[in-house]
Write a protein that binds this ligand. Structure first.
Ligand code: ZN
Length: 470
């Protein structure tokens, strides 16, 4: 009897220890997974607060969240939604699902449209457009298109916009999402030169896309993000595909900024994520371009992160890659490649990157074969790793488009890949967007500036910016 009591006590004791250890490990894991340890305006602190509030809310209000991926982090937003100048009065608030905007499905009716639910499918008609979203389609598409919170259905913003043909403008400072009707100047396929049938493949990568909106001189505030969407739409309308080099965390030590786009559910972060979704829906292929693209006192996109001067050892550098993939996974962003900042990395870093990524953009000194052409490595475990170089280099300044066109011609003549990268900001002053006729949003991309000229030239040569065949 006594022995049994002792045994039970022991079992109990062990269970408490094991449970306690589990809680500690889980908490620690979560921190190391999503949050950066950094000085300054640390996402560490902000991120934790955000997550804790969410967890607390779950316990207190017990919102019943029904969706296939049960790890979606739900947070209510106070953001307003408008149709041009008029408030749309919703019965339910907008919510963030792991940072992404979800609109209560009722918005369709509030805009004068109609909702028909057929099984798990919603047939929607609004703004003279008909479209469907399917709850069951969630797993395949990675991003949950429809979720239920407290049994109320919500639709993810990019599906709503794609189907309804409204044009959104997100104003983070005013905490407002405004829908507009599409203006007349927005692109149509009819008035642009299209690729010929059986075009040969060229490749373009839009470089250094990062959440730098806290920096007054940053490229990607709400306006810059809209310009990026216009650029993606332009490329799509011209029949082009493109790669997107995304930096998940923006660091600016001088301004004391560390901005992890996944750390907080804010309208700015949602604007950034919506823009990536929009680009992917418009022929974009997303990739990870380091975790911060800097170390020490360097600003993101200026600094290296994996070269021999970096303060981290190989394992720590590997963890930076892993952390970047975790941010992408948390945000349900499908990544298709990795690119070391400034192509700088040591041999072991390549070996590590090959563990997590099937495609690597690089002009690499370790695999001499890939300097000019796409090169595939067969790994022992049966995986294939595709290395993609950029022998046409990048557009150095706003005056460099003629040189780039010459380099592309030279690549064609010397059997090199027609592959380049481009910083979108170089064309930003030639992209405009704004309200016309009170309730329409128009945008325009000048014809004779860098990217349109490059697309014209490769189209004339019989090429098309394409997806890399793996
Ligand atoms: Zn870069």
């Amino acid at each position: 009897m006594r022995k049994t009591a002792m045994f039970l006590f022991f079992v109990n004791f062990m269970m408490v220890i094991i449970f306690g250890a589990y809680v500690m490990i889980s908490a620690q894991e979560y921190e190391s997974e999503l949050l950066l340890k950094n000085d300054g305006k640390s996402t560490d602190v902000i991120g934790k607060a955000d997550i804790e509030i969410t967890e607390e809310k779950k316990e207190k209000e017990e919102p019943k969240v029904t969706h296939i991926a049960s790890d979606l982090v739900i947070k209510e937003s106070n953001a307003k939604i408008k149709l041009a100048n008029d408030d749309i009065k919703l019965d339910n608030k907008i919510i963030f699902g792991s940072g992404r905007i979800y609109l209560p499905m009722e918005i369709v009716e509030k805009l004068g449209g109609k909702i028909d639910k057929v099984g798990e499918k919603y047939d929607l008609s609004v703004n003279n457009k008909k479209f469907s979203v399917n709850y069951e389609g969630n797993v395949k598409d990675r991003i949950e298109k429809v979720i239920y919170v407290n049994e109320i259905p919500y639709i993810v913003i990019n599906e709503f916009i794609k189907g309804s043909d409204f044009v959104p403008y997100i104003d983070s400072a005013a905490d407002t999402v405004t829908l507009y009707y599409k203006g007349g100047k927005n692109y149509s396929k009819d008035n642009t030169m299209q690729p010929v049938d059986n075009s040969m493949k060229a490749y373009i990568r839009l470089e250094d896309i990062m959440p730098d909106g806290d920096n007054p001189d940053g490229d990607y505030d709400d306006e810059g993000l809209e310009k990026l969407r216009v650029m993606a739409d332009y490329l799509n309308t011209r029949g082009q595909e493109f790669y997107i080099a995304w930096i998940p965390v923006y660091v600016n030590p001088q301004l004391n900024i560390t901005h992890d786009v996944s750390a907080l559910s804010t309208l700015y972060n949602a604007d950034f994520i919506y823009t990536l979704d929009f680009m992917v829906d418009s022929g974009g292929h997303l990739g990870i371009h380091g975790l911060t693209h800097q170390y020490g006192n360097y600003v993101s996109a200026d600094g290296y992160e994996f070269d021999y001067n970096c303060p981290w050892n190989t394992e720590e550098k590997e963890q930076r890659m892993v952390q970047a993939t975790k941010i992408a996974n948390y945000l349900r962003l499908k990544y298709e490649f990795f690119e070391f900042p400034h192509y700088g990395a040591l041999y072991d870093d390549f070996i590590n990157a090959e563990k997590y990524f099937d495609m690597i953009y690089e002009n690499n000194q370790y695999y001499y074969e890939i300097a000019n052409n796409i090169y595939t490595i067969d790994k022992e475990d049966g995986r294939k790793i595709t290395y993609v170089p950029t022998p046409a280099d990048y557009v150095h300044t706003e005056y460099d488009s003629t040189e780039m066109i010459n380099r592309l011609t030279e690549c064609r003549d010397t059997g090199k890949e027609l592959s380049l990268f481009f910083h979108p900001r170089l064309d930003f002053e030639y992209i405009s967007g704004g309200v016309v006729e009170g309730n329409k949003r128009d945008y325009h991309y000048s014809d004779y500036v860098i990217l349109p000229r490059i697309v014209d030239r490769i189209t004339e040569m019989g090429y098309k910016f394409s997806e890399v065949e793996k």
